[in-house]
Design a protein around this ligand. Structure first.
Ligand code: SF4
Ligand code: SF4
Length: 463
């Protein structure tokens, strides 16, 4: 058995070796149980082990091990504060990366379910789907926006492996790169900093407003934006276990982004936490040896786009404007994502937790900020895959219940004051789609909240 999280190691996808490693780590987690309520992987594991008096993980069958693996959606919450993290303990538990290793082994050995294989064939090509969806937006949105459970959605699920029951993000008629190319973008003498925007595929094709708001807020604060030509970060391929494809994507994007860092002389900002994490943590691990130096350069220069503003402000590099003449709510309930911390330790020297960092940005507006650190159960497209609904929807419902309780608590506190305006803010566009599915209203991205608070007018929404 090899305790390795290095995908280039000769035993990385060796089935016997991976299964022995799963047993070792499952035994450690069984004794710890700290992560029991984070997702379905841990309750599944503990329920399976509690059938045995000795709770020996070595008694699980391969199919039972795979049930734990299949329930992981790579939110990374279990690695935050795990006492056995490889960097702090010789026991070396990196649960999210072990799940990726196990998924890669299952992919190589043909152990994935038919639903997983169907979804992999479509969902690992977000640029192709995005281009097609944007080009045919009215029609595409009629299909993806058909009532959950309808015949159209069931047919779509059969063909693509995308859930027939979940709300899906809408395609924008104008892509982010189209909007970016036609805006003025001239800061005159106000330019104090320059960044490269890595838009991510969901912002390029679907949540275009987030990219637009990012640029507006950055330019308002004198930060010049250029647009990266890199493609989708490849997270769907990584999470589906298709490491060959992921390595090709990683190599191409590392080459492009490193060249852009050198020519622009600035940092790379990413408006989606899961994609920022892929750039910072997964590219150096999975890219080819020839690209390793460029990948490390990328790590040094990549930030979550909201956390980057905090760093700019706190470090004094670009103090942010604090005149908020637009809409500022009384309260913000901020649904955090641990992956927003990708490089935010440069900003404050803190523990790297995302919540407090982005909360600092939101608090500049004068609103009170409350943090909710709960998963939406959708990360990395997992929750939108056909067949995951029974596990994913209850996770989303728990988040919705927590949000409702938080809003009620804030409203109760405002009783009699005449105020009580509360806005939900979420770091991830996919998570925001799930929250909208559960609570009705779509949360704002932190940069959209900031754009509104500054009172910046960006014109009509992209189709
Ligand atoms: S991942 Fe770490 S913190 Fe979570 S149950 Fe396992 S050992 Fe405990
Ligand atoms: S990464 Fe998230 S979903 Fe996966 S096992 Fe850890 S807490 Fe659960």
């Amino acid at each position: 058995m090899t305790t390795t999280y290095d995908p280039h190691h000769p035993t990385y996808v060796d089935e016997a070796d991976v299964r022995d490693e799963l047993t070792r780590v499952f035994d450690v987690c069984q004794g710890c149980r700290r992560c029991v309520d984070l997702c379905a992987s841990f309750p599944t594991l503990f329920d399976l082990l509690d059938r045995f008096d000795d709770r020996d993980a070595g008694r699980l069958t391969p199919l039972e091990q795979d049930r734990v693996v299949e329930a992981c959606f790579q939110c990374t919450r279990c690695s935050v504060g795990c006492p056995y993290r490889p960097e702090v303990h010789e026991t070396a538990v990196d649960f999210p990366h072990l799940m990726l290793r196990a998924e890669a082994m299952r992919h190589v050995n043909g152990h994935q379910s038919r639903a997983q294989r169907t979804a992999r064939r479509t969902m690992t090509h977000p640029d192709t789907i995005g281009r097609l969806g944007s080009f045919t937006a009215p029609l595409a949105n009629r299909i993806t926006g058909a009532a959950p459970g309808s015949l159209v959605r069931k047919l779509l699920a059969t063909i693509t492996g995308v859930s027939a029951k979940r709300s899906l993000p809408r395609f924008a008629g104008e892509r982010f790169s189209g909007w970016f190319a036609r805006r003025t973008g001239d800061l005159g003498g106000r330019s104090r900093q320059r960044v490269t925007v890595f838009p991510t595929c969901i912002v390029e094709y679907q949540d275009v407003e987030v990219g637009r708001d990012l640029v507006q807020v950055y330019e308002h604060n004198g930060i010049e934006c250029t647009l990266s030509t890199a493609r989708c970060c490849g997270a769907p391929s990584l999470h589906a276990g298709d490491l060959r494809r992921f390595e090709r994507i990683a190599d191409a994007n590392v080459r492009t982004l490193a060249a852009e860092i050198r020519s622009n002389g600035g940092d790379v900002v990413v408006p989606q936490p899961s994609c920022a994490r892929v750039l910072c943590q997964d590219y150096p691990r999975y890219c080819s040896t020839e690209r390793r130096a460029d990948a490390l350069l990328l790590v040094e220069h990549t930030f979550d786009a909201s956390a980057y503003l905090v760093w700019s402000h706190v470090s004094g590099t670009v103090p942010l404007g604090t005149e908020f003449v637009g809409k500022v709510p009384d309260h913000i309930v901020h649904v955090t994502d641990p992956r927003s911390a990708s490089r935010s330790t440069r900003s404050t020297g803190s523990s790297g937790a995302s919540g407090p960092v982005i909360d600092d940005l939101l608090a500049l507006t004068g609103a009170t900020v409350t943090t909710v650190d709960r998963s939406s159960g959708v990360d990395g497209l997992w929750g939108l895959r056909h067949g995951t609904e029974a596990v994913a929807v209850p996770i989303a419902q728990r988040l919705a219940t927590t949000l409702a309780a938080e809003i009620e608590r804030l409203d109760d506190g405002d009783e009699g004051s005449g105020s009580g305006d509360t806005v939900i803010v979420g770091d991830s566009s996919l998570a925001n789609t799930v929250i909208a599915e559960q609570v009705g209203d779509r949360p704002l991205h932190p940069l959209s909240l900031m754009r509104r608070a500054y009172g910046l007018d960006v014109g009509p929404s992209p189709g």
